[in-house]
Ligand binder design. Sequence first.
Ligand code: TXA
Ligand code: MG
Length: 322
Amino acid sequence: MTERLPATPDAIAHAADLLRRGELVAFGTETVYGLGADATNADAVARVFEAKGRPHFNPLIAHYPTAAAAFADVEPSDFARKLAAAFWPGALTMVLPRRADCPVALITGAGLDTLAVRVPSHPAARALLAATGRAVAAPSANRSGRVSPTTAAHVLDGLDGRIAVIIDSGPCPVGVESTVIDLSGSDPVLLRPGGITLEALEAVIGPVQRGAPIVDAHKPLLAPGMLASHYAPNLPVRLNATSVRPDEGLLAFGAALPGAGALFQLSARGDLVEAAAALFDGLRSFDAVAGLSGIAVVPIPQQGLGLAINDRLTRAAAPRGA
Ligand code: TXA
Ligand code: MG
């Protein structure tokens, strides 16, 4: 059962406490309801993907109570500072490079070197973020493939029993998701139209390219090059390995195969949530090991979060473009 609480100071303090303990909390923002987890806790974020029933890892937005808190985790460009001054708090999400010491778990950004950050304007959401004191990862609080929820009842339709608490702050005033703009490259690119119009953005920073989203939550892998900007490990990846060579790093799940040059255990007890939480750290871990010529991955069960793990691994193993 999910506890449904009106957005009182007591309920917000309780929800912040649950978030800090790794529980999932749905909460209203001015755009749509979010399914929140401590963004620095990889296991909690893995459970967000599980609760949404997403067949792949889409990068999530990290939410902050202030622009200063957001810009402590990512590197703001001049455009980002201007947009923050104009539209934060509000329905704008900016994709920016992670700082080297960014405490947000890699799974939150699906392993990317960038992170999407947003400072919502809804008072209940801001109070929750301030009380939590950590970045909160929050996709829209719907099951995968369903429309974004704008009332607590919508959230419970899809997620009742899958989350600890929902903070009911009434209907969302904007009712569409935030605008997502990528400011990590040399030119600003609109990734998702939303609550702040393109014209409003262009009035502040000049021309913005209309980009195809880097990652589309609702489409399967079409072409390997589609995720060109996605982080890929330096070494080639070999899937469904039943044996491993001494010049390979092994991504293990359950009992490890003998003979690998290096080992990263996704989950010794064969737990898919634990494996999802560790996946992006695991893929990166072998970059730092000298003398390896590839990464071998054992078969991962194609069920639950295994679908998302296998989707990501398939992308990592796809032939690289020039
Ligand atoms: O209004 C909103 O943005 C709501 C509320 C809860 O804040 N959240 C939301 O999250 O709509 P979600 O996960 O449903 O959509 C996030 C979008 C996705 O299209 C995702 O691909 C994109 O943001 N995104 C997130 N991080 C990204 C990144 N590093 N690079 C490119 N796109 C990113
Ligand atoms: Mg969504």
